[in-house]
Design a protein around this ligand. Structure first.
Ligand code: DQA
Length: 165
């Protein structure tokens, strides 16, 4: 855990404490908890977001979900223009598999985006095994349930840590 870092790492803790990360969720993820729980689990999106806040109290986490592709694009452009964000953890839902507009938007921003999925999309139906956004994301985490979001945040922190070396 970050809180267990020694005194010599205090600067790093301070740096991390000001990091802002956007957790961005696409279509149908508002239905978590009710939607196919055998695939996506019983936690609601609010449950997951609350757990993230509890796990990363040193971060400034922002949460945004929309059923609307355009709203997701606008949110990405908004935080890019605003600046000050370390990265984005994105579960694009079904848009993952076909949205060239979302892919282009991720390409258009400089903020690193980590693609996450609750389910293992490579162990499901054929159409889910293609992600049109993976190539423009810094990495993909798929199949760890709600933990995929936690791992996505850790991955972003790792990127920034490496950049600071
Ligand atoms: C999902 C996988 C997608 O195929 C699906 O359309 C979703 C959720 C996941 O988190 O496992 O909506 O992104």
């Amino acid at each position: 855990m970050l809180v267990a870092l020694t005194n010599s790492c205090h600067k790093r803790i301070d740096d991390i404490s000001v990091m802002s990360i956007l957790v961005l969720n696409g279509p149908n993820l508002s239905r978590l908890g009710k939607r196919e729980p055998e695939v996506y689990g019983y936690r609601t999106l609010d449950d997951i977001n609350l757990e993230l806040m509890e796990s990363f109290p040193e971060l400034s986490l922002e949460f945004f979900q929309s059923e609307d592709e355009g709203a997701l694009l606008e949110k990405l452009f908004h935080i890019e223009d605003k600046g000050g964000y370390t990265g984005v953890v994105l579960n694009a839902g079904a848009l993952t598999h076909y949205s060239i507009a979302l892919r282009d938007a991720i390409s258009a921003v400089t903020i690193p985006v980590v693609e996450v999925h609750l389910s293992n999309i490579y162990a499901r139906e054929e159409f889910r095994r293609t992600s049109v956004i993976s190539e423009v994301c810094v990495g993909v985490i798929s199949g760890f349930g709600a933990n995929s979001y936690h791992l996505g945040i850790r991955a972003l922190l790792g990127i920034v840590g490496n950049d600071q070396l």
